[in-house]
Write a protein that binds this ligand. Structure first.
Ligand code: NAP
Length: 277
């Protein structure tokens, strides 16, 4: 179940809308990226997102901050971007250094510019089906399921992981589509037997090849959201391939969908802020 084709379609649409936005306003949609510290993986992720913006005609503005940045200084930098009418979306690359209150920083991003869907108000809006932007990875996974004709309604979905940006919003989005959802985490007992009852499995653990093929019910739909060193997912791909009906590859599965949703949501934020349909 590759995500490359769906991601390409979403991005082509975002590029078209970008042209229209510029024709109507004389401006380009603009995504601000904030990176605290010099973690090489985070720097690479930000670079990939900015490159994608450039390819689609979206402007990006990068705000690099030293690892020693305090919560107050980070919140101040985000507030400045929030107040700048030329910036339509704000992305704070996570994780931030441990001394920073990440939740406070995420919550400093106003809902209308929270195109990565990380703020508490965005989570609430997504959970209650109100206007706002959903966290990009789970939103991308939902779009991928739709693209492959997987209807979660009435299915048992097992989400492994409960992080604020992935596992929890994933569970809410599946619930909103009438799946019966079980959320598992590090304290869950006998995980394999729970996974064995799943029609849809979303692995968001951060441990290479953690989900084994023998855990899966034959015919299950398996989404691997994990991304570990060496391009390895959270699911043992070859083993899972013998049981799963659909299985996302790593790379080329969830990753491209995440970036595509970020682009789509940035352009949508620009239209909303300009009061355009
Ligand atoms: P995270 O914040 O570290 O959360 C990991 C989750 O896995 C936690 O809820 C943890 O449970 C759970 N877990 C850990 N060990 C477990 C075990 N033995 N059994 C069951 N659950 C266990 O990670 P994250 O940010 O959600 O990311 C998860 C993965 O997705 C990573 O590989 C990350 O690189 C990847 N990711 C990919 C994209 C993309 O665009 N493709 C985007 C974001 C993240 P506790 O809550 O109990 O600790």
């Amino acid at each position: 179940m590759p995500g490359t084709e769906s991601a390409r379609e979403i991005m082509a649409c975002a590029a078209e809308r970008t042209v229209r936005f510029e024709q109507q306003t004389g401006e380009k949609p603009c995504l601000a990226t904030v990176l605290v510290g010099d973690d090489p993986a985070s720097a690479t992720y930000v670079r990939m997102k900015r490159n994608r913006c450039a390819k689609l005609g979206i402007e990006s503005r990068h705000v690099p901050l030293p690892a020693s940045t305090t919560t107050e200084a980070l919140v101040a930098a985000i507030t400045e971007l929030a107040d700048d009418p030329a910036v339509h979306g704000i992305l704070l690359q996570h994780p931030v250094p441990g001394h920073i209150d990440e939740r406070a920083a995420f919550d400093a991003i106003p809902v209308g510019k929270d195109v990565d869907g990380v703020g508490s108000s965005s989570f609430a809006a997504m959970a209650f089906g109100r206007d706002g932007f959903a966290s990009c990875t789970p939103a991308g996974i939902m779009r991928l399921l739709d693209a492959y004709g997987v209807d979660p309604s009435g299915k048992h979905a097992v989400v492994i992981g409960r992080s604020p940006i992935l596992g929890k919003p994933m569970a809410m989005l599946l619930l909103a589509r009438d799946a019966t959802v079980t959320v598992c985490h590090s304290k869950t007992g006998d995980l394999p037997s729970i996974v064995r009852t799943a029609d849809i499995v979303v692995a968001a653990v951060g441990k290479p090849e953690f989900v084994r093929g023998e855990w899966l019910k034959p015919g299950a739909v398996v989404v691997d959201a994990g991304y570990n060193e060496g391009n390895v997912g959270d699911v043992a791909f070859d083993e899972a391939g013998t049981r799963a009906q659909l299985l996302t590859p790593v790379p080329g599965g969830v990753g491209p969908m995440t970036i595509a949703l970020l682009m789509e949501q940035t352009v949508e934020a620009a239209f909303r802020q300009a009061g355009l349909p």
